[in-house]
Design a protein around this ligand. Sequence first.
Ligand code: ZN
Length: 352
Amino acid sequence: MRTALFLTASLLSSGCLAAEQDTNNSSNEISSFGHNSAVISVYHHVSDTTPASTSISPAQFERHLEILKEQQQPVISLPKLLDDLEAGSPLPEKAVAITFDDGYESIYTTAFPLLMEAGLPFTVFISTGPIDRSQRGYMTWDQLREMVAAGVTIGNHGTEHASLLELSDEEIRNEILAAQTAIDRELGPRAKIFAYPYGEFSLSATSILRDLGYRAFAQNSGAIGPNSNFQALPRFPLAGIYAEEAGVRQKYLTLAFATNIPSPIDPISTSDAPMATLSFGRGNYHDEGLNCFDNGEILELERNSTDDQLITLKPIANPHGRRWHYICTAREIGSSRYYWYSQPWFNPQKPQ
Ligand SMILES: [Zn+2]
């Protein structure tokens, strides 16, 4: 058991679970347990010549689209996916939404034609300042209008890509509204969706976005379901070291836990050992198969003495940078899919 756990841990830290041997079940076996779950991916550049950590090559990106086809995963538009989840309408099995952040030109020149050819919807979250200034490397408003006319969804990523952790509540509100004013002026009224710059958010940012009627997206891994926080929705980054095929196959198939978080978990932590208490809910997995990790190392899980569904993740106090997360997974019984949740942490005292 110990070996298996460490195997899982090392695969998690390398961003890959798919190589794990399935000794008990056929990987193609269909679960009879109902899913209402989706995966959202986030990309930045689709180019061979942009920074590696936020880029995927055009060939790799095409491969990701082929994987979705091979795995028979329906790609649906982000607003529709969220509307259906919030309304309690069942999602298609293995639903996926594709997103891009920042508004780089390779989205227009490379990703857009590939996605149009494949007939797949997608969303681009744009920072409006660089586009207003016609900054080199970014799309133009004309290109964005062309994409809107083709059915692409455009979301809000702030004006100047400031981390909301650096702003006062009033500045956060102004930042969101100023970017939306630019988007709506240039493209007509758009859906109220916001992607946190750097994926960083605070409890006050989530409550401001909720008050303004936005759904908002982070950049930590995990699947989404009806119990997700709609102002802190996870997305799997699939560029750089996370672009390789085995991990991508696994992540696009992950399932949402039916999480229940009794009191909001503040993701801001100046400590390397923050604690989180939550229930992962019932699912088609064995309780003993639930594992949580900090940078690949297994976290101790403490079950509440009166409610054994309530679990506290006991921190290890590994040294961390500005952003990190705890990852919790459980393998679905009778399949090779994993339930996947992550809890992000941000230390604003550390540099970007
Ligand atoms: Zn960004």
